[in-house]
Design a protein around this ligand. Structure first.
Ligand code: GDP
Length: 325
């Protein structure tokens, strides 16, 4: 049985910070079903790293609730090569929004953490209480430090002032709205693009690393549904994972995407590129106990993502940019 609803979204003004991103755009698709009013602002009108501008915007827009889905994000190579942006931008975004939300009395705030906040060698699947029990994976420690700061800000404002701010930790996400820019994308969109190109032009597909790391993936519309569920029902200082799927090796993932795209050519594993975490999957049992489970099998999610990227799914495609800008 599902928990009762302590925070009813009906009629509320909900600001999704980061509504052009993959998660934010999925939330923008999902939230109208709750009967709430969606507030958004484009990045050319509001720089979330500018504290004064963020404060002014929140005071003018008067949201009842905020989801912090904004951030400077990217895959393993972007994390490694742009450490200052990943650290500074994400700390600034978290601290600006959370502080102004507290000072203006926003009733509910949900901050999105990331699976990379957990230690590199945490027991798998990773449970919430593994946080800060060991060193981060080096390839994403800048992003991880910033995301842990955001989580801790929610906990600190709850502890000191009693604000209903929660922090959630989605597993690796993919789907419509994902960035397909090879320099900054995560593995699913990168391999989909490379495999699609190889099918058209011939040749082999380069897969970074050994192909042995394992990752769990969740379709972004499932994650958006979990975010709405937690927004309505969850109010605790402890972080909670958004997970519940099986993991797959990168080599297995490449084969599955090739099947979806219709490519039967060879793969080349480039082990000069980093593997990153040997395994990354999250323990979703706390969320399952609350009554939520993911719905979309990986293959089906990959088919939908591919259709979206090919601009075949116009309904989902509206408002998001396949290059992730
Ligand atoms: P991570 O989960 O934080 O490590 O981020 P990624 O999604 O970028 O990478 C996941 C795994 O996929 C890593 O082991 C990468 O080396 C591997 N991988 C294989 N090919 C690619 C690729 O073309 N792009 C990216 N981003 N990762 C790749």
């Amino acid at each position: 049985m599902r928990a009762p609803t302590p925070f009813d979204l009906t009629g509320k003004r909900v600001w999704v910070a980061g509504h052009r991103g993959m998660v934010g755009s999925a939330l923008a698709r999902r939230l109208p079903a709750e009967g709430c009013e969606l507030l958004t602002v484009d990045r050319d009108r509001l720089d979330l790293r500018d504290q004064r501008a963020v404060d002014g915007w929140i005071r003018d827009a008067r949201p009842d609730a905020i989801v912090v889905a904004a951030g400077t994000v990217g895959g393993i190579e972007a994390n490694r090569t742009r450490p200052a942006e990943f650290l500074y931008d994400n700390i600034a975004i978290a601290s600006n929004i959370i502080r102004s939300a507290a000072e203006t009395g926003v009733g509910k705030l949900m901050y999105l953490g990331s699976s990379c906040i957990y230690p590199r060698l945490a027991d798998q699947p990773v449970a919430e209480d593994s946080l800060l029990t060991g060193p981060f994976e080096a390839t994403n420690e800048w992003y991880a430090v910033a995301k842990v700061a955001g989580v801790k800000l929610c906990q600190a404002y709850r502890q000191q002032y009693g604000h209903d701010f929660i922090a959630v930790v989605p597993t690796n996400l993919y789907g419509p709205g994902d960035s397909f820019d090879l320099a900054s994308s995560h593995v699913i969109s990168a391999l989909m693009r490379k495999i699609h190109t190889a099918r058209a032009e011939g040749g082999s597909v380069e897969v970074w690393g050994t192909g042995k790391p394992r990752r769990e993936f969740m379709y972004v519309d499932d994650a958006a549904d979990a975010l709405v569920f937690l927004m309505k029902t969850y109010s605790k200082p402890e972080i909670i994972n958004i997970a519940g799927g099986e993991d797959i090796s990168i080599a297995g993932l490449a084969a599955l995407i090739a099947d979806v795209v219709g490519f039967d050519g060879p793969f080349h594993f480039d082990d000069t590129k980093p593997d990153g975490m040997p395994r990354k999957s999250l323990d979703g049992s706390r969320l399952a106990e609350l009554g939520w489970n993911p719905r979309t099998p990986l293959r089906e999610g990959l088919v939908r993502t591919y259709r979206w990227w090919q601009n075949l799914d116009e309904e989902v495609g509206a408002g998001v940019d396949p290059e992730g800008r």
